[in-house]
Design a protein around this ligand. Structure first.
Ligand code: CP
Length: 345
């Protein structure tokens, strides 16, 4: 197994403490977000090796608890933990004692009694990770998506990807773009904002890095109040995307009842979907992000989904490096920070 090269080691040396938990993008602030992106660059290098594995978290145990469906986030966190040489416990909720009526608290306490170091938790209830963080004694809790509330690691992946594209366009190293690097960028978040935990985390993350954030969707699928949201609303999608640097598409959250907020899927697509006709309105440099899973033919036309401007696959690739950085900063950075005289945030 290879180790970090001196250059990667320098990149991965923590300068800002994060934690003890990651429940919301607000836990990080602009400096914390920049730190995650900086450290993720080191792990992106590891990802490009023939054997993309380092011993950094050897001896640590990461528990993966997904009470809601997931493909990307679960596999990405588990891959990230394994690439850092942590042991991974993956609870299959459908065949666990949860089905016999065991409570979330008892489940967490049972798992913590096995000596785990981190819980990566997805739950349908907003606030479940914050509640778990109050119950655990020593484990770090990472929110992998809670109800409509937040999906912080997804927003960090999206920031990493946008910064990567921005750096390529400028012929610069991504690591050279720090806090405030999105100043002057207009990011338009389109679709079911009301039910989207990704949108909530993106608004905080993009805003913290200096972007102008614009929300666009049917009024029934926008938040009831924008108080506390550092974002504005655009009513005309065609006009909004014509001036966008980044279009962040959201899935219509059928499992949260979004279908009853629109007259029909066909009308939703006609009004708010990224069709081939609409994509022609985008500025030539603009990119389209999608956190996945993508529903082709609803929020995005199938032929549009495969255009080079759509960076969804790149987001998935970057997800592993960003989650390696999060696990490293939460689990592996304590001693290094002590060495620097630093303190946890
Ligand atoms: N983006 C996202 O959370 O995807 P999964 O539901 O597949 O994890």
């Amino acid at each position: 197994m290879s180790t970090l090269t001196p250059a990667e080691d320098e990149l991965a040396t923590p300068r800002v403490g994060i934690g003890p938990h990651l429940l919301s993008v607000a836990d990080l602030g602009a400096e914390g977000i920049a730190e995650v992106l900086r450290v993720a660059e080191a792990f992106a290098e590891v990802e490009r090796r023939s054997i993309p594995k380092v011993p950094t978290l050897r001896g640590k145990v990461v528990a993966s608890l997904f009470f809601e469906e997931s493909t990307r986030t679960r596999l990405s966190f588990e891959t990230a933990a394994k690439r850092l040489s942590a042991d991974v416990l993956s609870l299959a909720v459908a065949s666990s004692a949860v089905q016999k009526g065991e409570s979330l608290r008892d489940t967490i306490e049972t798992i913590e009694a096995m000596g785990i170091d981190a819980v990566v938790l997805r739950h349908r209830s907003s606030g479940a990770p914050a509640q778990v963080a109050r119950w655990v004694e020593r484990a770090h809790v990472i929110n992998a998506g809670d109800g409509w509330h937040e999906h912080p690691s997804q927003a960090l992946v999206d920031c990493f990807t946008v910064r990567q594209v921005l750096a390529e366009a400028r012929g610069a190293e991504p690591a050279s773009l720090g806090v405030g690097c999105f100043e002057g960028l207009r990011i338009v978040i389109v679709g079911d904002v009301r039910h989207s935990r990704v949108a909530r985390s993106e608004v905080l993350a993009y805003g913290a890095l200096g972007a102008e954030v614009v929300l666009c969707g049917p009024s029934s699928l926008l938040p009831a109040s924008l108080e506390g949201w550092p974002a504005k609303v655009a009513e005309d999608l065609d006009d909004a995307i014509a001036h966008a640097d980044v279009v962040s598409l959201l899935r219509l959250q059928a499992e949260r009842g979004s279908g009853s907020f629109v007259p029909s899927l066909r009308e939703y697509t006609a009004g708010w979907g990224l069709t081939a006709e609409r994509v022609r309105r985008l500025p030539p440099h603009a990119i389209v992000t999608h956190p996945g899973p993508m529903v082709r033919g609803v929020e995005i036309a199938s032929d549009v989904a495969d255009l080079p401007a759509v960076v969804a696959t790149r987001q998935v690739t970057n997800g592993v490096a960003v989650r390696m950085a999060l696990l490293f900063l939460l689990l592996g950075a304590d001693s290094a920070l002590e060495g620097l005289g630093g303190a946890r945030g």
